[in-house]
Design a protein around this ligand. Structure first.
Ligand SMILES: [Ca+2]
Ligand SMILES: [Ca+2]
Length: 374
């Protein structure tokens, strides 16, 4: 599988973009444990199977202490009890009852994305995380398992240029021709979102970013959960409303109050931050929809389970659709803090975009789901 920087960019077509020449074919399972105690030891988190990923990966000498600091900063380490954690996580989910729902739209903004037509579907009941997975959540996962994310293995990830510190801007090995505001930053990862001179100490309640689809699956599985299907995600986004653009209705700023973190001003040169945030916001920020969910649109894009197709007829049918059986890209939903109406009007429930499962970027995160019968 070719690692693609694909459509992390807030644009309209993957065809406009170039790809990184790094290859990987491993879907890493959750690690066993205690890898954090093995500084500089070759990573064996993938069950000893390198599967074509031929770069020797080592654990950074400082990683153990750094992650521990982050966990302690949020009182997230301590005597970790996985059973308690699972119970706590269920408390932070909402149950969406089974029923008939409408997804997609007959008024698509980006027809080529397969936003339409509107479809009638049936879903079994399911649980959905109330919020995007936070750095604090993810730190607990790392502390408990030693899991090593794909961005850490690759040694880099993609960051929006204006968020970078001056020391990091000096070397830019890869830029997307049609989206030069994205830069590939060495050592950028979930706990160093803008590279070596950044950290998440003061962002523990912000959504984790620079996590691939594979990383997201590993996290959810660790908690006995899974990624939501695209259909589940969109139903959750709509919050019980019909034919509305946003989780709360059709007016983006009702009564002058922002309900999501996107881009105001002129993209990509001037972010006026009228919603209060240039980059990510806390996962607890902005009002809930009628299902009790926050930030379904905006803040960070969210991975879903489904392989990407624009063909509505190939998304698994009207009952519990799970997308096509295979593909090269996974569906992501909701848009991000970088979405502006003039450029990426994808902060709508019906909107959708795609990336390869190993893609990571500073505006791409996730939340987990769980089947309701559990
Ligand atoms: Ca914003
Ligand atoms: Ca979101």
């Amino acid at each position: 599988m070719k690692r693609s920087i694909g459509t992390i960019f807030e644009d309209k077509s993957a065809a406009l973009l170039i790809c990184a020449s790094i290859f990987i074919s491993v879907l890493c399972p959750v690690a066993g444990s205690s890898e954090m105690d093995d500084s500089n030891e070759k990573v064996t988190h993938c069950g000893g199977h390198d599967g074509g990923f031929n770069r020797q990966t080592t654990i950074n000498n400082n990683r153990k202490s750094e992650i521990r600091d982050y966990c302690l900063a949020n009182d997230a380490l301590g005597a970790y009890d996985n059973t308690v954690s699972r119970a706590n996580h269920l408390k932070n989910m909402v149950k969406i009852q089974s029923g008939k729902f409408a997804i997609g739209t007959n008024d698509p903004i980006f027809v080529a994305d397969g936003e339409g037509p509107k479809q009638q579907i049936y879903l079994d009941s399911f649980y959905m995380d109330e919020m995007e997975v936070s750095n604090s959540d993810f730190a607990r996962f790392i502390a408990a398992t030693g899991y090593r994310t794909e961005a850490e293995k690759f040694g880099d990830s993609f960051v929006f240029e204006s968020l970078l510190g001056g020391n990091v801007k000096t070397s830019i090995p890869l830029v997307a021709a049609q989206a030069p505001w994205w830069v590939q930053i060495k050592n950028a990862s979930w706990y160093r979102p803008e590279g070596l001179d950044s950290d998440i100490t003061h962002r523990m309640n912000h959504p984790v970013v620079h996590v691939s689809w594979n990383d997201a699956v590993a996290y959810c599985e660790w908690l006995g959960k899974r990624l939501p299907t695209e259909a589940e995600w969109e139903v959750a986004c709509r919050g019980g409303l019909s034919d509305r653009l946003y989780p709360w209705g059709n007016k983006f700023v009702p009564n002058g109050r922002y309900r999501a973190n996107t881009w105001q001003g002129d993209f990509p040169t001037n972010n006026t931050k009228e919603d209060g945030y240039e980059s990510t916001s806390p996962v607890t920020e902005f009002p809930r929809n009628k299902y009790g969910l926050r930030n379904m649109i905006g803040n960070v894009w969210e991975w879903t389970f489904d392989w990407w197709t624009v063909d509505v007829g190939n998304r698994g049918g009207p009952t519990n659709p799970v997308g096509p059986p295979d593909g090269t890209n996974k569906v992501k939903k909701g848009g991000s803090y970088l979405c502006h109406k003039s450029y990426c009007f994808r902060y709508r429930c019906a909107a959708r975009s795609q990336n390869t499962p190993d893609t990571t970027a500073g505006n791409l995160g996730f939340r987990c789901a769980l089947s309701g019968t559990r």
